[in-house]
Design a protein around this ligand. Structure first.
Ligand code: ATP
Ligand SMILES: Nc1nc2c(ncn2[C@@H]2O[C@H](COP(=O)(O)O)[C@@H](O)[C@H]2O)c(=O)[nH]1
Length: 217
């Protein structure tokens, strides 16, 4: 795989148990920064009302999905809640080469695979926790998109997802949405600044040291 310049192209990963609010936060982040690219996943899940093919997901059947995996087209992939999901690698590579940051909405398995891939230096991972399990269920129900069976399955898997919270760079408790979004923007801005400074920093500190050694005190 190409060795990318790690100063460019942050891979911002959002994970959470289903219903904690990562898609809502992701949508806000995309509106906040129009240079950000969203990694549109492929999935074998059926579209929900209002979901558009190529925008929210690439909706594909199982043979197509498995073919993409076999051809090495996926940066990561996982089986989640009975369906296959995966992040196509091509658009991510293009975005990084373009110096763009990419936003992912993936589960812990996807986050782990990207964090262990050749792109690991680009990763900024953020786990979103719900304020309570009761509120998590309330949000899934109030979203009004899934059947009672699907909601039950997602609630049953919620602890499995939550139990991976400490593998992430940052954790946000999504209580008040505006406050959580502010914290998310702060994390992204600070990480961008840190990475932009990094390459020249060592040299700059060396120059300060030389100046100090030369007696400028
Ligand atoms: N801070 C919040 N307070 C109240 N409601 C919220 C908050 N954040 C998100 N919601 C609502 O909770 C519901 C679930 O949010 P969302 O779809 O973003 O979750 P998700 O984590 O992306 O779920 P999934 O993994 O199933 O896609 C939505 O109806 C959303 O409007
Ligand atoms: N590993 C991956 N997980 C993904 C990807 N796209 C979405 N997801 C996760 O699946 C669940 C369910 O999503 P939903 O849209 O059906 O509610 C959620 O946790 C997503 O983060 C992916 O490409 N890879």
């Amino acid at each position: 795989m190409t060795k990318f310049d790690t100063r460019r192209g942050l891979l911002i990963i959002l994970s959470s148990p289903s219903g904690a609010g990562k898609s809502t936060l992701a949508k806000r982040l995309m509106e906040w920064d129009d240079s950000l690219r969203f990694s549109v996943s492929a999935t074998t899940r059926a579209p929900r009302k209002g979901e558009e093919d190529g925008v929210h997901y690439h909706f594909v059947n199982e043979p197509t999905f498995k073919g993409m995996v076999a051809e090495g087209e996926m940066l990561e992939h996982a089986h989640v809640f009975g369906n296959f999901y995966g992040s196509p690698a091509g658009p991510v590579r293009d975005a990084i080469e373009d110096g763009r940051d990419v936003l992912f909405d993936v589960d812990w398995q996807g986050a782990q695979q990207i964090s262990n891939s050749a792109l690991r230096d680009h990763v900024l991972s953020i786990f979103v926790l719900p304020p309570s399990i009761t509120e998590l269920r309330r949000r899934l129900v109030s979203r009004g998109q899934d059947s009672a069976d699907v909601i039950q399955k997602r609630m049953q898997r919620s602890w499995d997802e939550i139990s991976h919270w400490d593998g992430y760079d940052y954790v946000l408790v999504n209580d008040d949405l505006d406050a959580t979004f502010d914290r998310l923007k702060t994390i992204v801005s600070a990480e961008r600044l840190r990475r932009a400074q990094q390459p020249g920093l060592l040299e700059f500190v060396r120059s300060l040291h030389s100046e100090f050694e030369e007696g400028e005190t």
